[in-house]
Every structure is written in C-alpha cells, then in structure tokens.
Write a protein that binds this ligand. Structure first.
Ligand code: NAI
Ligand code: MG
Length: 326
C-alpha cells in the first residue's frame, strides 16, 4: 500500500514551491497525496489558521510536506509539530558547488530539541516592569534526542557528534540536558563532544569543517542553524524535518517570501530537498539520493533562480531537476 502524504502549501511561495516538490515525489514514487489547508488565507476565510481537520489529517498520515504560513506561522507550525509528535528538528546546512557561499566548506546537520526549552510557552508578565520565562528541560526529552542523534550518526557510519550547550551558566537546565545527552551517548559507544554554544557560533563561522552533526537545545538550535544558513548562501536552499516516533513533517526553512510571492521566481530547491528528506525518512534511500543529486547538479550547472544570481523561474528549475531524474 502506498504511503499517505499530506500536502499543505500554505501561503505565499508555499503555493509555488510545494507543487514543485510534489511533482518530484510523483516522479520517483507512488504515493497517495492528501491536500490540506493552513495559514493566513484559510484564517481569513474561516477564522482558523489551523483547521481541526488539517491537524487530524496530519496526525493520521505517514508524512506531511508543508510550505510556509505567513503571519500565522507560529499558530500553524507549532501545533503541526505536535500533531506528528516531533521531538527532533533536523536542519542540514550544506554549501553546494556553484552556489556563492560565505563558507563553501560548510556541511552541517543540526539536531534540535523540538518540544521544550524556552519555547514551551511559559511566559508571565509579573508587573509593569517585569516579565519572566520558565525554561523547561526534561531528562526524558533530552535522552530521546540523544538516542536519535546516536542512531543518526551511526547510520552515517560515524561515531561522534557535538553537543552545544551553556551548562556553565544554566547549570540546572543545560546541565540536565548536557548530562542526559552525554550519558546516552556513552551507553551507545558514541562520543558526545561538548561545545559551549557561544564559542560554537564563532568557531563555526571561522572554520565550519570542524563540525558535522550538532545536537542543540531548542532556541540554540533555531538560532545556530539560521547562522549556518547564512554561511551556505541563502534560505532558498535549506530543507528541514520534524521527526516523531512514527510520523514526520518536512518543510523548507524559509517563509512565505511576500516580496516575490506570486511571481513564479521562488527557488524550489529547499522544498524539493525537504521532499528528499521525506523520501529518506520513509525508507526510499535511493530515491532520496537521486533527488539530492538532481538538485545538486542543477545548482552546479543551472538554470538558477534570481536568489542565486540566475534568471530562471520556479518552473524552469523544477523541469531541469525532473529532467535529471529521468
Ligand atoms: P522569508 O523566508 O519568507 O524571506 C526572507 C527573504 O528570503 C526574502 O527576501 C525572500 O524573498 C527570500 N527567500 C525566501 N525563500 C526563498 C526562495 N525559496 N527563493 C527565493 N528567495 C527566497 O522570511 P521573512 O521575510 O522573515 O518572513 C515572511 C513571512 O513568512 C512572515 O509572515 C513569517 O511569519 C513567515 N515565515 C513562516 C515560516 C514557516 O511557515 N515555517 C518560517 C519563516 C517565516
Ligand atoms: Mg528560525
């Protein structure tokens, strides 16, 4: 039986890059696609950015491909991550030959804790002058992330990863995170090399080659992976995955790009690379590798979209990728 993939285009260039990614999935596999709605447009129509029907469809699927939502992004993506039970956000940041990157030698994967930390929503306004935020760190979520990281590096034939933290200052919360990650790694024969997250920010800019897989708490993973995005030359290239125990959601890192939406010029690479991550997640390793190779080859030889200095549109780049897949 073919897997059920929910497709949510969302708003802006999501409506342009997601169909491109779906055409690639259709070219390499036999899937049942189910369309669902989320974002600003559906909110304007129905009052709800994430209709209950979409949430349930996503929760019941094998995987979801999501484009982007506009102002409602947080109202959409946080519950959708929850719908797939996602505990890890995988964010590769890799420089491709032919693309003008600040650091062409960058090839990193961030494994970001996706459920807690400072993003768990416990904020309070205590007075006219004072607001507080409660940072939540559990051993269980930290261990689950570490177990995933160990499997992830082992699958790649590697035996270590870096763990970025600030346990020298946040002794209790990041101390718990660090201890849980290091203990799990030890028990699996994997080396968790510690790096303070501020030092990491400098070191990764100066010499990204010294890092490979980087395990991070939630906020640090968000910020440091965006920093790495800057090193590799732009948002149009960065895919991501939100993975849970038996469901997952894949999305480009970029948003709705209102400045170019509707013009047919958006770079479809990030969405197509997200589809490749989806294929890999569902066990279609070969198809995933083929899609990655096709994108890489088009990035190297063109045609290219305007964000990469070219003058091709979304459709032309997508056609070139599909041609490489034949
Ligand atoms: P953005 O990623 O939409 O755009 C930033 C810049 O990168 C723009 O100049 C845009 O044209 C360019 N860009 C992004 N993706 C591109 C692509 N595939 N091809 C060519 N150029 C591309 O981020 P911004 O402007 O901060 O946010 C715009 C809207 O998107 C906001 O409403 C924000 O809330 C939403 N957003 C949604 C996200 C999500 O749904 N996961 C993530 C980030 C932002
Ligand atoms: Mg971010």
């Amino acid at each position: 039986m073919s897997e059920r993939i929910v497709v949510i285009e969302g708003d802006g260039i999501g409506r342009e890059v997601v169909p491109a990614a779906v055409s690639v999935l259709e070219a390499v596999g036999d899937f049942e696609f189910v369309e669902a709605e989320a974002g600003d447009a559906v909110e304007a129509e129905t009052g709800e950015a994430l209709p209950a029907e979409t949430y349930e469809t996503v929760a019941d699927a094998d995987a979801t491909l999501f484009g982007a939502a506009g102002q409602t992004a947080a109202d959409v993506i946080l519950p959708l991550r929850e719908a797939v039970g996602s505990f890890v956000n995988i964010r590769p940041a890799r420089a491709y030959p032919g693309v003008d990157a600040v650091r062409p030698e960058t090839d990193l994967v961030f494994l970001r804790e996706n459920t807690e930390g400072v993003y768990s929503g416990h904020e309070d306004r205590l007075s006219a002058d004072l607001s507080t935020l409660t940072r939540v760190v559990t051993t269980s979520a930290s261990e689950r992330l570490a177990e995933f990281a160990c499997e992830y590096v082992t699958d790649r034939g590697e035996s270590s990863f870096h763990v970025a933290h600030k346990a020298n200052v946040m002794r209790e919360t990041d101390g718990r995170f660090r201890d849980a990650v290091v203990d799990v790694a030890d028990s699996k024969g994997v080396v968790a090399e510690e790096v303070l997250m501020d030092a990491f920010a400098t070191r990764v800019c100066l010499n990204p080659e010294q890092f490979d897989v980087v395990v991070c708490p939630n906020l640090a993973g968000d910020v440091l992976s965006d920093l790495a995005a800057g090193l590799v030359g732009g948002l149009g290239l960065l895919p991501s995955a939100n993975v849970g125990p038996d469901n997952a959601l894949f999305e480009p890192v970029h948003g709705t790009a209102p400045d170019i939406a509707g013009e047919g010029v958006a770079n479809p690479s990030a969405a197509i690379l997200s589809a490749a991550m989806l294929l890999d997640h569902l066990g279609y390793d070969e198809a995933a590798a083929d899609v990655n190779d096709a994108v890489e080859s088009v990035l190297a030889d063109g045609p290219r979209t305007a964000d990469l200095g070219g003058d091709a549109g979304t459709a032309e780049v997508t056609e070139a990728i599909l041609d490489r897949l034949e």
